[in-house]
Design a protein around this ligand. Sequence first.
Ligand SMILES: Nc1ncnc2c1ncn2[C@@H]1O[C@H](COP(=O)(O)OP(=O)(O)OP(=O)(O)O)[C@@H](O)[C@H]1O
Length: 248
Amino acid sequence: MLLKVENLSLYYGPKRVLKDVSFSLEEGEILCIVGESGSGKSSILYSIARLLPKGARVEGSIRFKGMNLLNLSERELRRIRGKEISFVFQEPSLYLDPLFKIGSQIEEAYRAHMGKNGARQKAYEVLRKVGIQDVDRVYNSYPHQLSGGLKQRVCIAIASVCEPSLILADEPTTALDVTLQSSILSLFRRTKEEGRSVLLVTHDFGVVAEIADRVLVLKEGQVVEEGDVYSIFENPKHEYTKRLLLSL
Ligand SMILES: Nc1ncnc2c1ncn2[C@@H]1O[C@H](COP(=O)(O)OP(=O)(O)OP(=O)(O)O)[C@@H](O)[C@H]1O
């Protein structure tokens, strides 16, 4: 078991955004979290990465490789973020630094945890791995010179450069047009084949159908249904899940 979340609750002031959320994730598994807007999907990812705003209060436990992430200091967290657990966001432009070339951003992510040696070689390697053909050009480009799809590939390259065991992805294809979506999703599948686990948030059952092994259905901060992708599609138990499926 790579990740075990137990009775996770999240409060913003008096408002309870997550209610006793429990689930687990095996190595090499892709779990999709689905639910309507505002159901708390992103909040689960941010709780795991401990990237919550000031004033947020978390209860429960989040065990990752035996450590409770909720008990770690900021220093310990910095050692884990980017190396053991990495993040892919919805909007790659907000994540990439406009002032630095792609190559140096990948190398920076590598050096932060893995030391100076081999950064350049590794940057080229991950760019190739995410399916980029003209690696030299992309390596030497600034973010604004790349299309949205390429930028998201770069973000996945950055997220995997330190070979983390867990990738948290928040609506990673929502900002892209449909034709690009599956090519980006297939990168997560490749990540899985390398033994990494992916926790992917989406409101889109099309995405779920394409890559999930298991699905967690969230409604108003609570898990209403959990199961493997086939049973969720073929035999949804909860009315809410059926409604979400109908909107597909
Ligand atoms: N910083 C914050 N302060 C107060 N409430 C917040 C904050 N961030 C999120 N919330 C609330 O928490 C709830 C869950 O939000 P969250 O973004 O996790 O949902 P989501 O399912 O990911 O939605 P979406 O698909 O729209 O991103 C919402 O009611 C939201 O308004």
